[in-house]
Design a binder for this molecule. Structure first.
Ligand code: HEM
Ligand code: HEM
Length: 187
């Protein structure tokens, strides 16, 4: 049986899964790149890595937009019956928190680059404009905001991943499997 493209009542479809795991992979890259930027020796190397960091980040922003559009017309499967009220609330709040952060982190990166005078970037025919006038004060503040939001995203994603593993190994329900392509449901 092939995996449906759209979500069903019991599992995520292929499109939602692809968005989820692609964005996870790119975000993991982003932390590695932030670390590599920090370790980089030489201005050229640093510039190249920052440019790659911005490119990957703008791809995340584009994917987040497409993902949100898909999500608005594709209800996720219901949470398992056995979950308590506060667990359902925490799961929903956590998911929406993650949705907000996959927009907020790249957007603040773009704002930060604009304030630093390094927006107006490129991409073949695509160019991204400066969102604000360059300003040192704003640059410092936006760096802090970008950094804090990126840390919040990492922490929330960690709690979220641990919750998914708890569902799988302790509750022994289908929550993790229905986000994986190998699992076949009956519908
Ligand atoms: C999901 C997307 C993104 C994640 C997870 C992310 C994460 C991070 C992290 C963890 C840092 C290091 C913070 C620090 O120690 O100061 C950083 C730095 C930075 N980010 Fe992002 N970022 C993302 C997207 C973007 C985008 C879209 C842009 C710009 C268009 C951007 C521009 C920057 C810049 C300029 C730095 C400073 C690099 C340096 O140290 O010179 N980021 N980002
Ligand atoms: C940066 C990392 C991550 C982000 C931003 C993220 C984001 C999200 C979001 C927004 C949803 C809700 C989907 C929707 O309602 O349309 C979701 C669901 C899910 N995520 Fe993640 N996720 C991340 C990492 C992980 C990891 C590492 C795992 C596994 C260990 C995981 C497992 C799941 C599962 C199983 C669901 C489905 C939950 C359910 O059925 O209610 N996620 N994720």
């Amino acid at each position: 049986m092939s995996i449906p493209l759209r979500n069903t009542t019991s599992r995520y479809g292929l499109v939602s899964q692809a968005f989820h795991w692609l964005i996870v992979a790119l975000i993991l890259f982003q932390y590695t790149w932030a670390w590599r930027i920090d370790q980089a020796e030489g201005i050229r190397m640093r510039f190249e890595l920052v440019t790659q960091h911005k490119t990957i980040g703008m791809v995340v922003l584009g994917l987040a937009l497409l993902r949100l559009g898909w999500r608005l017309f594709n209800r996720p499967p219901a949470l398992p019956d056995g979950m308590r009220g506060w667990e359902r609330w925490a799961a929903r709040a956590g998911h929406w928190g993650l949705y907000v952060l996959i927009f907020a982190v790249p957007l603040t990166g773009w704002l930060y680059s604009s304030a630093a005078g390094y927006a107006d970037f490129w991409w073949g025919p695509l160019s991204f404009p400066s969102l604000v006038e360059p300003s040192e004060v704003l640059e410092d503040r936006l760096q802090l905001v970008h950094q804090s939001l990126a840390i919040s995203l990492g922490l929330l994603a960690l709690v979220h991943a641990l919750a998914a593993l708890r569902h799988h190994f302790i509750n022994k329900d289908d929550v993790l499997r229905r986000m994986l392509p190998s699992w076949q449901s009956k519908d």
